[in-house]
Design a protein. Structure first.
Length: 437
């Protein structure tokens, strides 16, 4: 589960124990202190699987992929949980439009999501959990909230009573009702109250509950799944900036109302928005770029390099020009990083310092460029695994072909030509090991 790589000899362990992260809850950069030393529990809101993932998803999930990989590199054990929202209005609508069942639609786009993330080398998640396979856990959590007096049954569903939770609004700073006041026709006691369980027949994804048939609300899916695998308190919760209100605010209210355990998580991490050519990416603006389309033009390494050139909390402008520049910068690194000049302690420390500073990947990439210039090939390989970027020319195919030709030449006892190829390979910085005869 945790990555195999360990801190390089060039960076001593005591220098990398102070990862600092900005938490939306405290609004400050703080050193990461986990509930159990050496172990990190991380939950990141997963996708609603009704369409293909876009570059905004790529941005968020690459950021948390790098966080998990970095933590594992420092020697921490990381349990990274991600939910899959496969019950949602958008899934119901899209399935109806296409004339397919909700489960077929959800499985189709769940598979597309996992495949696209794999294409981006986003592979640090320890466990994915679907909402539809956790209905008993969801129902059990709603039951307990009703039992605690934090939720009530109305005509249209079961609602969380926001007035019972005094810390409401702490994460988002939003205590007002203006954003949701138009929603008053659901039989709720107050505009900010939100659904835990919605009554009705929603086709395939409808379940029995002690209060009536229906389906879960969005927020409760996440806390039921998180409680099952991580407990009521864990270390880090992540997601896109747009999820802070009402989604994450609701998650805190639900989980902390179960038994009064506070805080639900120590650190709230949010990724900034992604805009395309200056506009927020959306279907209606016509600038919606899916991961699969982006990968037709740009390879994975260029996309990751480009995304990581911006700090995860900053807005990210996706532009053709920016991607082309990123491709050139990566090509430059690969062009200069050909001969191994050994360990560059200073450069390695600069990389680690940047990562420790709230995952400052733009600075970390500057350190990578310096490491390439100074020829620390080992660091480029090691840190490349953390960032999910191959900083070296992919020599594996030509090298394999040359090795095959040399084996054939040796079999024909053409040792002179075989040795000449070997010499030239060594000159080019390629390690050549011949199998013992
Ligand atoms: Zn969520």
């Amino acid at each position: 589960m945790s990555g195999g790589s360990t801190p390089s000899a060039g960076v001593r362990r005591k220098e990398i124990v102070a990862l600092h992260l900005y938490s939306t809850l405290s609004r400050t950069v703080e050193p990461l202190v986990t509930r159990n030393p050496g172990r990190v529990t991380l939950f990141v809101c997963g996708p609603t699987v009704y369409d293909y993932p876009h570059l905004g998803h790529a941005r968020t999930y690459i950021a948390f992929d790098v966080l998990a990989k970095y933590l594992r590199w420092t020697g921490s054990e990381v349990f990274y949980l991600q939910n899959i929202t496969d019950v949602d209005d958008r899934i119901i609508d899209r399935a109806r439009e296409r004339g397919v069942s909700q489960s077929v639609l959800a499985r189709t786009f769940e598979t597309a999501y996992l495949r696209d993330m794999h294409s981006l080398d986003v592979d640090a998640v320890s466990h994915y959990a679907r909402a539809t396979t956790h209905i008993p856990e969801i129902v059990h959590q709603v039951e307990r909230l009703i039992g605690r007096g934090a939720a009530y049954v109305a005509e249209t569903g079961v609602y969380f009573d926001v007035s019972t939770f005094e810390r409401n609004g702490e994460l988002s700073g939003q205590h007002g009702t203006d954003r949701v006041s138009r929603i008053t026709d659901e039989g709720k006691h107050a505009p900010l109250d939100f659904a835990l369980w919605k009554f009705g027949e929603f086709g395939e994804y409808t379940w029995d509950s002690p209060w009536g048939r229906g389906r879960p609300g969005w927020h409760i899916e996440d806390t039921a799944i998180a409680e099952k695998y991580l407990g009521q308190q864990y270390d880090i919760h992540g997601g896109g900036l747009d999820l802070i209100f009402p989604h994450h605010e609701a998650e805190i209210a639900q989980m902390e109302s179960l038994e009064g355990k506070h805080p639900m998580v120590g650190y709230w991490l949010h990724t900034g928005f992604l805009t395309v050519e200056g506009k927020k990416m959306s279907k209606s603006s016509g600038n919606f770029i899916t991961v699969r389309d982006a990968l037709k033009t740009w390879d994975r390494d260029v996309l990751r390099y480009y995304i990581l050139l911006s700090h995860y909390r900053s807005p990210l402008q996706a532009t053709e020009e920016g991607l082309a520049n990123a491709a050139r910068a990566l090509e430059h690194i690969r062009a200069v990083a050909t001969k191994d000049a050994g360990e560059d302690r200073e450069g390695r420390k600069a990389f680690v310092d940047a990562m420790e500073s709230d995952l400052n990947t733009p600075m970390a990439l500057a350190a990578i460029r310096a490491l390439a210039d100074r020829g620390d090939i080992g660091a480029l390989v090691e840190f490349g695994e953390i960032l999910g970027i191959n900083f070296l020319r992919d020599a594996s195919v030509p090298v394999r072909i040359l090795q095959e030709i040399r084996a054939e030449l040796r079999a024909r006892r053409e040792f002179e030509i075989s040795d000449l190829i070997r010499e030239r390979m060594v000159d080019a910085g390629i390690t050549v090991t011949d199998p013992s005869l």
